[in-house]
Structure formats: structure tokens, C-alpha cells
Write a protein that binds this ligand. Structure first.
Ligand code: HEM
Ligand code: HEM
Length: 223
């Protein structure tokens, strides 16, 4: 009897589970996170006086990040749902309404992502894409086993702009990543952290902050 009850309880619990991030997307997030943190460390530590031979690790990790971003671009546009990350005017008006609402007043909840999550994705995504594009151009300035340096590829002034954009993108990424990690680790945001580590949330957890009709999720398989 006890075993039966336990089994029913477990299957009821797993039936209520929704898969928020597929395994491949979670792998993408964590590999990207390691790559971005390694790029920030190798790019910025020498600037503050920590000397080591950083260039090789930096450009190789940069190439890995480029491939990761390309993979994510294709997967998100063709295999995921681009609409759920899109920022529409009504996301802003609904978030403002919810912030102003009195206790008990009905509000429209967001679908898969909150406005804050969409804005973080847009800002981090832009900063990382600018860093990646300028970084790929900057590969022309170094000798690697695959090609010889060609500093005359661009005019001196154009190189200046490329370096400036790369530096600004790095600083923006650093600031955004610090904010992102802070919120990612807050105890009240643990549900999202579990969604990014184990993949699932329960319908109840999701329903507290998201509209289950707008994004019903997928039934989670074994996590
Ligand atoms: C290049 C332009 C980009 C586009 C068009 C794009 C598009 C998207 C879309 C549509 C989603 C929602 C997928 C879903 O939940 O169904 C998403 C999620 C996500 N994106 Fe991007 N993204 C871009 C750049 C980036 C960059 C540069 C990063 C990393 C710094 C990034 C990291 C993530 C992460 C971690 C998620 C959540 C995991 C998931 O896919 O479920 N994205 N992206
Ligand atoms: C190392 C500590 C990190 C933690 C604890 C963390 C945590 C998380 C969590 C919990 C989510 C899921 C939110 C959801 O389910 O919607 C997420 C999403 C995302 N992460 Fe991270 N992350 C980390 C590092 C990074 C780094 C270094 C980047 C790359 C630049 C990054 C880029 C993103 C993006 C673009 C999203 C989608 C937007 C969002 O949902 O906020 N993460 N992260």
C-alpha cells in the first residue's frame, strides 16, 4: 500500500512537471557561460595588471563562443519558438500595469519569459554578438597556426572603431553578467536555476509568475 501511494505520488508530481529548457539548451547555456567568463577573465585581468600569456586562450575561446552563438541562432530560429523571446509593446504595458496594481487586482502574467528576462537576453545577446563580430575581425591582427597576421586589412581609423566596440562590448557583458548571476542565485529565483540545471518546473511554480495559457510548456520526460 505504502509503495503504491508513493508511486502514485511520484507520478502525479512528474505529470505536473513542465520542461522549461531542453537538455541541449541547458548545455548551450552552461558552455556559453564558461566561455564568456573565460573570455572576460583573459581579456580583462591583464588590463588590471595580472600578467600571463592570455592571447591564445582568448582567441581560441572566442572561436568556440562564435560557433556556440551560431548554433544557438539557428536552433532558436528553427527549432525553438522565437516569438517567446520577442519584446512587444504589450509586454511593457502589462509589466507597468502589474507593477502599479493594488493587491488582489487581476493582472496579465507573461508567457515563457518575463520582460526582465527578455531584456536581459536582448542586452547580453547584443553585447556578446558585438564582441564576437569585432573579435572575429581582430583575428586578422594575430599569427595563428592557420593564418598569418594582416594588420593592413583595415585602415588605422577603422581598427580604432573595432577595438573600441570590442572593449565596450566586453565591459557591457561584464556588467550584465554580474547582474545576471546575482539574480540567478537569489533564493526566490531558485525555480529558474533548477530549470536551467535539471530542465523542469512544476505547473504550480510556473503559474505563480507566468500565464500557463500563454506558455503551457512541454510535459517533462525523465529529468
Ligand atoms: C544572435 C541573436 C540571438 C537570437 C535570435 C536568440 C534567440 C533566442 C530565442 C528565440 C530564445 C528562446 C528559446 C525558447 O525558450 O524557446 C533564446 C533563449 C536563450 N538565449 Fe538567445 N538568441 C540570440 C543570442 C544569444 C546570445 C549571444 C546568447 C548568449 C550570450 C543567448 C543565450 C540564450 C539563453 C541562455 C537562452 C535560454 C535557453 C533556451 O534556449 O531555452 N542568446 N534565444
Ligand atoms: C555562472 C553563473 C550563471 C548562472 C547562475 C545563470 C543562471 C541562469 C538562469 C537560472 C537562467 C534561466 C532563466 C529562465 O529559466 O528563464 C539563465 C538564462 C540565461 N543566461 Fe545565465 N547564468 C549564468 C551565467 C551566464 C553567462 C556567463 C551568460 C552569458 C553571457 C548567461 C546568459 C544567459 C542568457 C542570455 C539567458 C536567457 C535570459 C534569461 O532568462 O535571463 N548566463 N541563466
Amino acid at each position: 500500500m505504502a509503495v503504491e501511494a508513493h508511486v502514485t505520488e511520484r507520478s502525479a508530481e512528474s505529470a505536473a512537471r513542465i520542461q522549461r529548457h531542453a537538455g541541449i539548451d541547458r548545455l548551450f547555456h552552461w558552455v556559453t557561460a564558461v566561455a564568456v567568463l573565460a573570455l572576460l577573465a583573459t581579456g580583462l585581468l591583464p588590463v588590471v595588471g595580472v600578467e600571463f600569456s592570455w592571447v591564445t586562450i582568448h582567441w581560441m575561446t572566442g572561436l568556440v563562443l562564435t560557433l556556440l552563438v551560431l548554433f544557438h541562432l539557428v536552433r532558436s530560429l528553427f527549432w525553438q519558438r522565437p516569438k517567446c523571446m520577442l519584446i512587444r509593446p504589450r509586454d511593457v504595458s502589462e509589466a507597468l500595469q502589474a507593477a502599479r496594481a493594488k493587491p488582489g487586482e487581476p493582472v496579465r502574467l507573461p508567457g515563457k519569459y518575463t520582460l526582465a528576462q527578455k531584456l536581459m537576453h536582448l542586452a547580453l545577446g547584443l553585447a556578446v554578438v558585438v564582441a564576437v563580430v569585432t573579435g572575429v575581425i581582430m583575428l586578422a591582427k594575430i599569427d595563428t597556426p592557420f593564418w598569418k597576421r594582416d594588420p593592413y586589412l583595415l585602415a588605422a581609423g577603422t581598427w580604432g572603431v573595432v577595438y573600441l566596440l570590442h572593449g565596450l562590448a566586453a565591459l557591457a557583458t561584464l556588467t550584465l553578467v554580474m547582474i545576471h548571476i546575482y539574480f540567478g542565485l537569489l533564493p526566490e529565483k531558485r525555480v529558474y536555476l533548477r530549470a536551467m540545471t535539471r530542465g523542469w518546473v512544476t505547473r504550480e511554480e510556473l503559474g505563480a509568475y507566468h500565464d500557463l495559457e500563454r506558455w503551457p510548456g512541454r510535459r517533462a520526460g525523465r529529468s
